[in-house]
Ligand binder design. Structure first.
Ligand code: ADP
Ligand code: SF4
Length: 688
């Protein structure tokens, strides 16, 4: 059973008229499913409730076409017709004895209304937050009345859908009430602008309206960002942040406190540690008798207990830790805290929302697949035969495949060429800020260690003949990939000219400890973390770095992980010279000739080596050998040979883990797994 020191985490907390069963609170989080994939969303939330989260909330929920968030897929409660989809989630959460929360949101100038084409509302006239050529207009007194009516109507619908906790959203520089709080957005001269008391008025009214409408049955929560982490320019906890909180301290039933904007709230591990929001929560509890929920990428029960005991917060809020491990509370409750699948802080989950696709997670390959594929994070179908499995390669794909196969009950041999398990992560976790990615290895090595039916063989580079000798019916080739050393990638479609003119390095060389000259030109056509993390590493070694990319931003894809601005800032602060919108024309002696991607104009920059971060080549030698030996394979009793992970097609760590998991699930089953359950649009009866 659990250590009694964790008992405090399982105490109930009163939130207005409702009571949680424990202190684990899944705060609202986006998931790219929302109103488009409601059953998938409900299925995902239900698994969290099953995993012990005492409260499980929706993502942002639109309350009107006057503020809709397209193309981002959030929840929607515009009218009564939207109730059943959300009721499905509330019901599913209730079935596991948890409370269901809903975050009603009206995002004002943060929502350009691309779908509804309505003019966005704001405290004062302003362009919208995105680069859309749209301006929001200053709300009139009658608009404010209408907003209050819309919010009240949505609260009633949410109650009717079965929700227990109903939010007024003033967070992330998204919710319109937040815009009223901040002088830079609110230049009004009426009773809603000017003094802090006036700026708070709208939020106060919305809380009062919501309490009056549903407060007898539902707890009313306020999500408030108390600091924008942008100094005096924005809201600061030490100034207006605490003042706003004090003015409203006793009004809601629950405070959900965080920071704005979203990139500060969901900061990645590359730029923050567990518990990073504590400074913004400290002291608030003294100002209110109402419970406070806060986040901080909590995965350690000791940190959670410490935050509660020290009076920082009352409820352990989590979005990402609940995605990485929906069963985190249950594991602590049953004395299995060491089995928690800890979030690594990579924000792959956020990329789902940013690309309007269902949430996915590096650590939890079942995330988003609960309903559509029927995958469960803790349960997997038992093996269907007594076949033996051989997994070759212990990177993220091989480790997950071996773990999942072992959990199914297969006898598994996991064979790794090197001494250390983890594949490319062994090297990549040495990059600045990526140490926590080692949790992908740790969780799986630990889980495999608990399975008697999985054997690990290290320092065993397998050949095709070795594989034949092994006598396993199912062979999984997870041999990874290597970085190309000829520049070929997205922008450069043929090997570079002049490869013999200058020292050429790849990320593999640098991570393997190659000798580095004093001046390096780094060409990044990968656009994820590798280029910028290597630039950082090289600067830490005192090497002069010129960072060249065909994109207009450094690490352009990391806009999706909310990191791009931080990465660019860090490189600039480290003195990396950045040249954007340029490709390599050719390599020359003592440098690199670049060409502008717009004009084609060329220029030569100096360097003693070029570090090419362009694309990876799948390592398929062993697989090809196995395929070419059909007769031997048959004689050896090998029934299936599958390529999984980077050796199939190099991608993210999340993709490799998913590939390993999927292959394990499909073993001895149907191979026709391309299609999954999906909800079709309900056709309107009337057409033309
Ligand atoms: P992925 O991300 O797809 O899991 P990685 O590159 O992280 O791929 O891991 C691949 C692993 O496979 C590496 O640890 C590598 O040492 C190992 N490996 C490659 N070829 C062989 C082989 N022939 N026998 C055993 N292990 C191998
Ligand atoms: Fe954590 Fe990464 Fe999973 Fe998001 S995707 S929950 S940050 S491990």
């Amino acid at each position: 059973m659990r250590d009694p020191k964790y008992d405090i985490l399982f105490e109930p907390v009163q939130i207005g008229p409702v009571k949680t069963k424990n202190r684990f609170y899944q705060v609202p989080h986006c998931n790219g499913m929302g109103h488009v994939h409601p059953s998938a969303m409900a299925g995902m939330r239900a698994v969290k409730a099953e995993g012990g989260w005492g409260v499980v909330c929706t993502e942002e929920c639109e309350i009107s076409p006057l503020s809709e968030f397209s193309p981002y897929i959030e929840a929607r409660l515009w009218e009564d017709r939207d109730v059943p989809a959300l009721a499905r989630m509330a019901d599913a959460v209730h079935q596991h004895g948890s409370l269901a929360g809903i975050e009603l949101a009206f995002n004002g100038y943060s929502a350009p209304n691309r779908y509804s084409r309505e003019i966005p509302w704001a405290p004062s006239n302003t362009p919208v937050r995105s680069y859309d050529p749209v301006q929001a207009r200053a709300m009139t007194a009658s608009d404010i009345r209408e907003l209050r009516n819309l919010h009240r109507a949505a609260a009633l619908r949410a109650r009717d859908a079965g929700f227990d906790i109903i939010y007024v959203y003033a967070g992330h520089d998204l919710g319109l009430p937040f815009h009223f709080l901040t002088p830079r957005n609110n230049r009004r001269t009426d009773e809603y602008g000017g003094s802090v008391e006036n700026r708070v008025r709208l939020l106060r009214e919305l809380i009062e309206d919501t309490k009056e409408a549903v407060g007898d049955r539902c707890g009313v929560a306020v999500r408030l960002a108390v600091d924008e982490q942008s100094g005096r320019e924005g809201l600061e906890k030490s100034g207006d942040g605490a003042a706003i909180f004090s003015l409203l301290a006793e009004l809601p039933d629950l405070w959900d406190i965080n920071v704005a904007d979203w990139s500060n709230d969901s900061i990645t591990a590359r730029f923050s540690n567990e518990g990073f929001q504590e400074e913004f929560l400290t002291g608030l509890k003294a100002l209110t008798s109402k419970p406070i929920v806060g986040v901080g990428r909590f995965t350690s029960p000791d940190t959670m207990v410490s935050q509660i005991r020290r009076g920082v917060l009352d409820l352990i809020g989590a979005a990402r830790p609940s995605i990485a491990d929906p069963f985190l509370p249950r594991k602590i409750e049953t004395g299995r805290a060491d089995e928690i699948r800890e979030c690594i802080g990579c924000n792959i989950c956020v990329t789902g929302d940013h690309t309007s696709t269902p949430v996915r997670c590096t650590q939890n390959p079942t995330m988003g697949e609960e309903w559509r594929r029927g995958w469960h994070p803790e349960r997997i179908q038992p093996k269907r035969s007594d076949s033996r499995a051989l997994v070759i390669g212990s990177g993220p794909a091989g480790l997950e495949c071996a773990r999942a196969l072992g959990t199914r009950g297969y006898d598994v041999a996991l064979v790794e060429a090197t001494r250390t398990l983890g594949g490319r992560l062994v090297r990549e976790t040495r990059l600045p800020g990526l140490a926590s990615w080692g949790r992908v290895i740790d969780y799986r090595v630990d889980a495999i260690g608990r399975l008697e039916n999985v054997e690990i063989y290290r320092e065993s580079q397998l050949t095709a003949d070795d594989v034949m000798d092994f006598g396993a019916e199912h062979v999984f080739v997870a041999t990874g990939s290597r970085w190309r050393n000829d520049g070929l990638g997205r922008e450069i479609r043929y090997p570079l000219e002049g490869l013999d003119q200058i020292k050429v390095l790849t990320p593999d060389d640098v991570l393997a400890g190659a000798d580095l000259p004093a001046k390096v030109v780094l060409f990044d056509d990968d656009h994820y973390y590798m280029g910028s993390a290597l630039a950082e590493l090289l600067r830490m070694k005192g090497i002069e770095v010129t960072f060249v990319t065909p994109a207009t931003d450094v690490s352009a894809w990391t806009h999706n992980t909310l990191e791009q601005h931080r990465i660019q800032k860090r490189l600039l602060e480290l003195g990396v010279q950045i040249i954007t919108a340029h490709s390599i024309e050719r390599l020359v002696s003592g440098g690199v000739s670049l060409s502008c991607i717009y004009t084609g104009r060329t220029k030569t920059i100096e360097g003693e080596a070029v570090l090419l971060v362009t694309s990876r080549e799948p390592e398929q030698t062993l697989y090809d050998q196995l395929l070419s030996k059909a007769a031997e394979r048959e004689a050896a009793g090998i029934r299936t040979v599958k390529l999984i992970g980077d050796c199939n097609a190099p991608g993210t760590v999340a993709a490799a883990v998913y590939a390993g998991h999927r292959a394990a699930r499909l073993t001895d089953g149907s191979d026709d797994n391309v299609y999954f359950k999906r909800e079709l649009p309900a056709l309107d009866a009337a057409f033309i």
